[in-house]
Design a protein around this ligand. Structure first.
Ligand code: SF4
Ligand code: SF4
Length: 468
């Protein structure tokens, strides 16, 4: 099976109806609904915190996704989610090539919207091509102006909605309406508006072919059993237009195939590919050429699937007049599925078991230690304690490990080896911590203990301690 990477210049995709078109529309509506409605969904987390279901509050700083609260220290969970997403992308590509590109990629979804606006303002493919070939008129200018205005409105809506994920949506709307939106909000809207307009409206398929690295990466995931959009050359060739009332038998007798060379498959392609030239690395597996060809086959009374999702193995077997069953489950997909399962379970278990108390200790190194008047040695630290529960909690902070230790937390100083502090709900407390010990402290002998008063949290950590 040959592969090609050529696309036509100046693509005017024609409208098409069919199962893949409906699937693309359904997925796009779902994704857009999630994106645009998402910031307006509420989630009751109790008083004193955000009620927005999904929010990345950069001031807090905290991320909220429904019941989950992600602190800066939990960033590795996001890395885990990213790994899970990449594995899912690899698994999808290994099963069905670039279907991510054809159905769910934001570039595809927004390009589709922009193409619809274009059709609405300037007509379908042939009308648009004719009009573009003619000199400029007031009508043509007006149509193009309305189209670009429509593209801009969609781009602005997309960009403004993006900021709702960082500033509570009602508050963000109030800031925009009262012209008090901060510079970063305006800069984000300007940048995203420009990129959406340029990539979705002007660059379109050039983004997929020339700028996005995924097509090159995903091609390494394909194997003989991956499903990609292919043309059955053995059945379709030799191609020739069909004369009125010409039967399949008459065509067969003339050595002609089922392809009537109507070019519909090329005209509907958003990338401008002629899939009949061979499997194409630029093909986004959107299936629109299948819809176009199926409707032609229905019209001439021939079986569908002259163009279809098919495997390289079956394509080769067909030349020997055999068929090879579709194999979704094979070693590669088992491995990728297994890795996804492990990553998902690992993430879920570690997230569910994560502590609601975290401590971080940073030792001060200038000076490394201070010798006190009684001859003891004092080290200084910065202690951060995160209380991730929605209630105030009291903790006993102590040092242990050797006799005669003393601890001071900021201005708290009881002269003993422990202090009691209360940390407000859902917050991080930071203290300057001083630990004093006799001379000659053995390595790792001093331990910091944090115990919740009346609670279960109980942490202990070795403190490095410098002495002369
Ligand atoms: S060749 Fe067919 S499946 Fe590939 S991008 Fe074009 S229309 Fe979509
Ligand atoms: S739509 Fe089908 S019949 Fe028409 S040119 Fe394409 S492959 Fe041939």
């Amino acid at each position: 099976m040959s592969t090609a990477s050529t696309v036509a210049a100046g693509v005017y995709p024609k409208a098409v109806k069919g199962a893949f078109r409906r699937a693309k529309d359904g997925i796009a509506v779902l994704l857009l609904a999630v994106y645009f409605i998402g910031p307006w969904l509420r989630w009751d987390r109790g008083p004193g915190t955000t009620g927005q279901a999904v929010l990345l509050d950069l001031d807090a700083p905290r991320g909220y996704i429904l019941w989950m609260e992600i602190w800066p220290q939990d960033i590795h969970y996001l890395a885990g989610l990213l790994i899970l997403g990449v594995l899912a992308l690899f698994a999808t590509a290994s099963v069905a090539g670039r279907v991510w590109c054809g159905f769910t990629c934001p570039q595809t979804v927004f390009s589709d919207i922009f193409i619809r606006i274009e059709r609405l303002c300037e007509g379908d493919r042939s009308v648009r091509m004719r009009r573009d070939a003619k000199p400029w008129t007031v009508g043509k200018l007006a149509r193009k102006t309305v189209k670009h205005a429509g593209w801009l409105v969609v781009s602005v809506l997309m960009a403004v909605t993006f900021t709702f994920y960082f500033v509570e949506a009602p508050e963000a709307v109030a800031r925009y309406l009262s012209l008090t939106a901060g510079p970063w909000m305006l800069a984000t809207v300007a940048t995203l508006t420009a990129t959406t307009y340029i990539l979705g409206g002007l660059a379109r398929e050039q983004m997929c072919n020339a700028m996005c690295p995924w097509p090159r990466i995903q091609s390494t995931m394909l194997d003989d059993h991956s499903l990609v959009v292919t043309y059955q050359a053995g059945r379709g060739d030799t191609r020739a237009p069909r004369r009125k009332s010409q039967t399949a038998e008459q065509r067969f007798a003339l050595g002609l195939g089922d392809c009537i060379d109507c070019n519909q498959c090329v005209q509907v392609c958003p990338i401008g590919i002629d899939i009949r030239a061979g499997v194409n690395a630029d093909c986004i597996n959107c299936g629109l050429c299948i819809d176009a060809c199926d409707s032609i086959m229905d019209g001439i009374g021939q079986p569908r699937k002259l163009i279809a999702f098919d495997s390289f193995a079956n394509h080769a077997a067909r030349r020997r007049e055999e068929t090879v069953p579709t194999r979704i489950l094979r070693p590669k997909t088992y491995i990728l599925g297994g890795l996804m399962g492990i990553a998902a379970v690992g993430l879920a278990v570690t997230f569910a078991a994560r502590s609601t108390l975290e401590i971080a200790v940073l030792q001060e190194r200038a000076p490394l230690f201070v010798t006190l008047s009684d001859g003891s040695i004092r080290n200084a630290y910065t202690l951060k304690i995160s209380n991730k529960e929605r209630r105030d909690r009291q903790f006993e902070i102590g040092v242990a490990g050797i006799p005669d230790l003393s601890l001071r937390l900021g201005d708290h100083d009881t002269g003993g080896a422990s202090e009691h502090i209360t940390i407000p709900a859902d917050s991080i407390a930071e203290y300057r911590m001083f630990v004093a010990a006799p001379r000659n402290v053995p390595d790792d002998a001093v331990r910091l203990t944090v115990r919740e008063v009346g609670g279960e949290a109980d942490l202990s950590r070795a403190l490095s301690f410098f002495s002369p």
